[in-house]
Design a protein around this ligand. Structure first.
Ligand code: ATP
Ligand code: MG
Length: 500
């Protein structure tokens, strides 16, 4: 039996795209007399023909019943206070084959013994985490932050009614093949629009993150936001302000992973959200640059983000690369209407550090973003010696370099003058590849002797000076890699400490 759907709505479930292991979770719940419906983003993406990121199951079974049904080796009580149990399944590449959770002991081992993130050679994850959540409503929200309590409700419809957007409030029972769509989510999917379930302003006042989810999901799906829902964003900024930094950060990083993040940034600007989250970016609005740029700083930034590649953190580097420009701008002497942005990357790196701390990025991510902003202005000339190239690689760090080049390419594209980035970057890229190919020492750890040998040669104990000496040896080796042998380094070391 095909799911019934009103004529003209092109959205339908292709049941073959529901993974067998996900269906097996539903089948087990159904066999035990419970309901089981796929809900949320997974079913939305299936209706859109997009590969779902994850699968959520809504059930009338209580968490303890779900735990008992799948056993503690398969079921992890990840969010009991929210009614959520995570069931670990085994994803099989074979057509249609799947792990029936809890069936065989070999499966049992592999279902729980592996790192869920581990990839098979085929690139597919071995394990899947299916979140099984008891039908729930939500108690009163305190401060627009989090529901103060969770209450279980009796029906799928009630559960769907507390969800944020109509497209996310659709349920599908893969066993009886029944689709439940009480808020006309399929109509909105067909019209490519994000629409709040119920009264948008009231829903946004319950949870201040929802406005940002609306913008992020509209950007990811390249949908419009239904006008009343869009208007409600501006009306509820006072609640949005109270949302925790971590939740905002996660949304921003997801938004930056969309094909065209500028769409979301523009929506944030128009609704007033950008002034709350990243007011620094607004400083670039209307800030004209110079003859090299078609756009003002703000528009240029949007163009660079859209042209940028890499992960969300790399793209955050693109978003912030010129954040210091408005504050660093100076009129150019003798050239009316022209400006200089001397050291804007230094101003920008400091601002970026503050922004990343505000958003509570991890230290590693913050370091990467700050490095991208700080180094994005490198200027190569053909007179660089090989030593200069090695020093450059060392300063930036070999791990950051690919992202830095990608950022510069996007920066050139974002000038809007149809220039070929290869002309500006190609030669340096080739020379860096040559440096890597010769396997030259680029860090202290690459030297042919280490701290222990320094101490042995000089007959000294440990101390700060050992590190300083290694750095000085590296300086010499960067200029002349042939010096990186134990014998040469021992000689250089003795010269360095010899009294003058
Ligand atoms: P994604 O593709 O990012 O996973 P998603 O819609 O699945 O999108 P999740 O954060 O995984 O987003 O949430 C799963 C479902 O839970 C949503 O589809 C929605 O039904 C519901 N939901 C999530 N966050 C909220 C919220 N803040 N308010 C109401 N419902 C929410
Ligand atoms: Mg999801």
């Amino acid at each position: 039996m095909r799911p019934r759907s009103p004529r003209g709505w092109p959205v339908n479930i292709d049941a073959r795209r529901i993974p067998a292991d996900v269906e097996a979770v539903c089948a087990r719940l159904r066999a035990a007399g419970h309901q089981a419906h796929l809900v949320g983003g997974g079913i939305r993406d299936l209706l859109l023909g997009r590969p779902p990121a994850d699968f959520d199951v809504a059930t009338d079974a209580h968490p303890q019943q779900v735990m008992a049904l799948f056993g503690s080796r398969y079921a992890i009580p990840t969010g009991l206070q929210h009614g959520t149990v995570t069931v670990v399944t085994n994803v099989d590449d074979g057509a249609g084959a799947s792990l029936e959770p809890g069936v065989s002991s070999t499966h049992r081992e592999s279902a729980l013994g592996d790192d869920p993130g581990e990839m098979k050679p085929g690139g597919k994850p071995r394990n899947r985490h299916v979140e099984v959540t008891t039908f729930r409503g939500e108690g009163a929200y305190v401060d627009g932050r989090r529901p103060s309590s969770v209450t279980y409700v009796g029906s799928l419809d009630e559960d769907l009614s507390r969800r944020d957007f109509t497209m996310n409030a659709i349920g599908y029972d893969p066993i009886s093949k029944v689709l439940t769509d009480p808020f006309e989510g399929r109509r909105d999917l067909a019209a490519r629009r994000v629409r709040a379930v119920g009264d948008a302003e009231a829903r946004f006042r319950e949870d201040g993150l929802r406005p940002m989810r609306a913008i992020r999901q509209a950007t990811q799906l390249e949908f419009d936001i239904d006008p009343p829902t869009l208007t409600a964003i501006g009306l509820t900024l006072d609640v949005f302000r109270k949302v925790s930094a971590e939740r905002i950060r996660d949304e921003i990083l997801k938004l930056l992973s969309a094909r065209q993040p500028s769409m979301g940034i523009q929506l944030m600007r128009k609704t007033g959200m950008l002034a709350v989250v990243l007011p620094e970016l607004l400083e670039g609005v209307g800030v004209a640059q110079n003859r090299f740029h078609k756009h003002d700083v703000y528009q240029h930034t949007l163009a660079v983000v859209d042209a940028s590649t890499g992960d969300a953190v790399a793209r955050l580097g693109a978003l912030l690369h010129d954040i210091g420009k408005p504050r660093a701008r100076q009129p150019r002497e003798g050239a009316p209407g022209e400006f200089t942005f001397f050291k804007h990357e230094v101003v920008g790196a400091e601002m970026t550090d503050g922004i990343c701390r505000r958003w509570k990025l991890s230290n590693a991510d913050r370091d990467r973003v700050v490095a991208l902003v700080q180094h994005h202005m490198f200027f190569y000339t053909p007179d660089w010696t090989d030593g200069t190239v090695r020093r450059f690689v060392r300063r930036i760090g070999p791990e950051v370099l690919p992202a830095l080049f990608a950022l510069r390419e996007a920066d050139i594209v974002g000038r809007g003058r149809n220039e070929d980035p290869e002309g500006e970057l190609g030669e340096l890229r080739r020379r860096i590849a040559a440096v890597h190919a010769e396997d030259a020492a680029l860090r202290v750890g690459d030297l042919a002797i280490d701290g222990r040998e320094v101490m042995r040669i000089l007959e000294r104990g440990p101390g700060r000076e050992v590190g300083v000496l290694l750095e000085r040896l590296l300086e010499r080796v960067l200029d002349d890699p042939t010096l990186n042998t134990p014998a040469h380094l021992e000689r250089l070391l003795k010269e360095l400490v010899a009294p003058v």
